[in-house]
Every structure is written in structure tokens, then in C-alpha cells.
Design a protein around this ligand. Structure first.
Ligand code: AMP
Length: 429
């Protein structure tokens, strides 16, 4: 199946080819047609599967028609008309906002029509973003909080939005964002196309998604061998105190040049990055306490090979696309199987081979079992020479937190809110 067979016009076929997209990925093959036909879409596909272009390409095609008539009218009157925002793309993180905007601009650049993209996210001054909207924007890509700030400043009108995209939809539907999302939805015309894309949709989120969609085209890209990203997953048993030494050993012996390391806290990011740096490895931290400018610099420098290792929290687990990121290491295990999927999905993107290693300590063994059960996988646990574990798992009584859960996997406040919302949705259905 080619892009042409999916109904993509000749100009966009050229844009796609220039971006190096010769054939549609499976999610693109299934989504582009229904999006062009105006259908609502609920698409679940793995990270790195080409989800962004799956909505960007058809969105651009839909925008081209109005852009052409607007440009023509402006030329004949020799005036400039303010662009009205027809497409709103909501994303949960600043980095993803910047990334999706780049894809939009790259694919729109070769087109004859001018299509303007506004990018709105917090952590940086609001004024340049408001200035950038003075002549309007055809597409706005935004994080929810900053979008509402800008609307409150009357710098943007969402009353003409015809297409709403939720990228990483499950995070946006999650309770952390739900109030902001409800406010935004109330500002949009009721009659519009809704597109929801995510790698994971937990059951509680599924029912919230239902309320947003009208007779959606459901797309699930199966985890088949052919579609699954090529990620070799490994689990290594190691003592807690030996993890940095093991990481150093692995980086040196395999001569890894680009590694993303996940830890549990911002403090651990700095701590582990410093220890590696002192050992002669170019490592730096990336976390939410850093300024937006510093975060952007680290990502850009990582992509330019200035850093060999970036140590991060789950902040970098979603959305971020670093081409040729061969190795991801879970120095601390993720909280959930969903986070595990997102973390390891930073590697093995766009058909490349990737490796994902998880360090399992005596204390995290039970949690690792839980992640494996939920992710429906079972990896052999390796022990490496020179790093044989000596620590013993804590007694079962210490694992039991009295709620029937496992220590380290206790439900957070957000988990409890989510469970309450799921129970409410269940009661209402
Ligand atoms: P995404 O899942 O949108 O983050 O995309 C993951 C990677 O796949 C990005 O680096 C894209 O540039 C690349 N990509 C997207 N569509 C295609 C395609 N049709 N052919 C080859 N690479 C693609």
C-alpha cells in the first residue's frame, strides 16, 4: 500500500518522500484514509511506529484546500487575512509539542500553500508565543496549561477548530490533565473531528475516550513480530550499590555512544550523571526541575553526540524521538508496565534495532515480577561476571504494605483518583 493509494495528494507524497518516508507504516496505512474521510479515530500503536505522520499528513491535506482559497483571496485583494486555527494538537509535554511542530513544519515546507504552525508550551516566556499568533496560525500544537493561559490573554480563538488531535491521548485523558482538558473542550465547536493516538490505553482511559469520540475508526496495530519494534529486552540482577559500576562497565565494554538511562528521582539523575561523568563518561541529567532552555539544550546536544549518556526520569519516557538511540537502561525500574512500554519505546524506533536493559535488585525483584506479569512477558534474569548479587530480598512481611500491594508499587494519589474515576465511569455506564 502506497501513500498515493491511501488518498494522499501528489504534493504530500513528495513531502513524505523528502522526509524519507517511502512507504506508509502500518498505523499510517490504517489511519490516513479514515482521517481524510473525516472519521473520528482511536489509534493504538507502539511508540516509534510513525504515529505523528499518521495524523500530520492527512491534516495537512485537509488544510491545503482552505489555505489555497485564503492565499488566493489575499493575493487578489493584496491584503493579509488573519488565519483561523482549524487544527488543534494537544500533547502532554513541552518536548513533544516542539517535536510535533517540527514534523508539521518539515512536511508542510515543500507545499505551495503556506501553512502556519503555532507552538505553545510552558516553562518559557509567554510573550513571544502570543506575538507569534498575531496573524493567526492554521495549526496550533500545545500543552494544555499554556494553551489556556494564552486563551485567557485573548491571544487565541479556538472557535474555528475543526480537527482535534490528542497525541499521547491516555496521558491527556488522565486525571492529571482532566480539568484543563474539559476547559479546552468547552472552547471548541461541538461539531469537529477527533483523533486520539497513543501507545497505551488503560481501561479507565478507554471509557473517557469513548465520551469524546463519535463512531470512531478503531485502529490497533497488533504486537506481531512484523510490527513490533526490534527491541532486545534484558534483565540483569545486580546489587543496588553496584548499579553505577555495572552501568559504567556495560558502557565501556560495549562502547555504547548514546544511552538513555532512567532513574526514579531528579536527585538520582544528577547523582548518577555526576558519578558517570567523574568516571570519564560524558553524562548529563535531564529532568523537570531544569529550565526549559536547559532541557532543550540537553536534547539537542544528545542528538548531536555531545553527550554519551543522558540520565532522566519518566519525563523523557514519552514522545521524545531520538533517532538512532540504540540503548535504554532502567537503572531504577519504572512504576508500571505502561511506563515500562513507554521507556523502552525510546529505542528501536523507525525500524532500527534497540536494546533495553533493566537492573533488578533484591528489593525490586517482586516489583519486576509484577511488571512482567502486567506486560505479559517473561525475561530470563542474567547475572554478569564480577557483579554477582549478594543482597537478599527483603522478607515478605516487609513487602506487604498492608494494602495488599507491593512496596514501591503502592498506589499513588493519582492512581487512587484514577481508580475512583474508573469506578464512577463504570457506575454511570
Ligand atoms: P513517531 O512514532 O511519530 O514518533 O515516529 C517515529 C519515527 O519514524 C520518526 O523518526 C519518523 O521520522 C519515522 N517515520 C515516520 N513515518 C515513517 C515512514 N513512513 N517511513 C519511515 N520512517 C518513518
Amino acid at each position: 500500500m502506497s501513500f498515493a493509494q491511501l488518498g494522499l495528494n501528489a504534493e504530500l507524497q513528495i513531502s513524505a518522500a523528502q522526509a524519507g518516508f517511502t512507504l506508509p507504516t502500518p498505523v499510517q496505512a490504517q489511519a490516513i484514509g479514515p482521517v481524510l474521510n473525516g472519521r473520528d479515530v482511536l489509534a493504538q500503536a507502539q511508540t516509534g511506529s510513525g504515529k505523528t505522520a499518521a495524523y500530520v499528513l492527512p491534516m495537512l491535506q485537509l488544510l491545503m484546500a482552505t489555505a489555497a482559497s485564503r492565499d488566493e483571496a489575499a493575493n487578489s485583494r493584496n491584503t493579509k487575512t488573519k488565519r483561523s486555527t482549524q487544527v488543534l494538537v494537544l500533547v502532554p509535554t513541552r518536548e513533544l509539542a516542539a517535536q510535533v511542530s517540527d514534523v508539521l513544519r518539515d512536511l508542510a515546507r515543500p507545499l505551495a500553500q503556506s501553512i502556519k504552525v503555532g507552538t505553545l508550551f510552558g516553562g518559557v516566556s509567554i510573550n513571544p508565543q502570543m506575538m507569534s499568533l498575531r496573524s493567526g496560525a492554521d495549526v496550533v500544537v500545545a500543552t494544555p496549561g499554556r494553551l489556556l493561559d494564552i486563551v485567557d490573554h485573548k491571544a487565541l480563538n479556538l472557535g474555528h477548530v475543526q480537527h482535534l488531535v490528542l497525541d499521547e491521548a491516555d496521558r491527556l485523558l488522565d486525571l492529571g490533565f482532566s480539568e484543563e482538558l474539559q476547559r479546552i473542550l468547552a472552547l471548541l465547536p461541538a461539531q469537529r473531528q477527533n483523533l486520539l493516538f497513543s501507545a497505551t490505553f488503560e481501561p479507565a482511559v478507554q471509557s473517557l475516550a469513548q465520551a469524546l469520540l463519535h463512531n470512531p475508526e478503531r485502529i490497533t496495530i497488533a504486537h506481531t513480530e512484523a510490527h513490533a519494534p526490534d527491541i532486545a529486552q534484558r534483565a540483569i540482577q545486580v546489587d543496588e550499590k553496584s548499579r553505577t559500576a555495572l552501568l559504567r562497565h556495560l558502557i565501556k565494554t560495549h562502547a555504547w555512544k548514546r544511552v538513555l538511562v532512567f532513574v526514579a528521582t531528579r536527585y538520582a539523575c544528577e547523582h548518577v550523571a555526576n558519578k558517570l561523568y567523574k568516571a570519564g563518561i560524558f553524562a548529563t541529567a535531564f529532568h523537570g526541575e531544569m529550565s526549559q532552555g536547559a532541557r532543550q539544550d540537553v536534547l539537542a546536544e544528545f542528538k548531536e553526540d555531545r553527550w554519551e549518556v543522558v540520565v532522566t526520569t519518566d519525563l523523557a519516557a514519552r514522545g521524545i524521538d531520538i533517532a538512532q538511540l540504540p540503548v535504554v537502561v532502567n537503572y531504577d525500574l519504572p512504576r508500571s508496565a505502561t511506563d515500562y512500554t513507554h521507556r523502552i519505546g525510546r529505542t528501536g524506533r523507525a525500524g532500527a534495532h534497540g536494546e533495553a536493559l533493566s537492573f533488578v535488585t533484591a528489593a525490586s525483584q517482586a516489583h519486576w515480577l509484577l511488571i512482567q506479569t502486567r506486560a505479559q512477558m517473561q525475561l530470563p534474569v542474567e547475572v554478569l561476571e564480577g557483579f554477582e548479587p549478594t543482597e537478599v530480598p527483603p522478607p515478605v512481611s516487609a513487602l506487604n504494605d498492608g494494602t495488599g500491594g507491593i512496596k514501591g508499587a503502592r498506589p499513588s494519589k493519582k492512581d487512587k483518583l484514577r481508580a475512583a474515576a474508573a469506578a464512577r465511569a463504570h457506575a454511570e455506564s
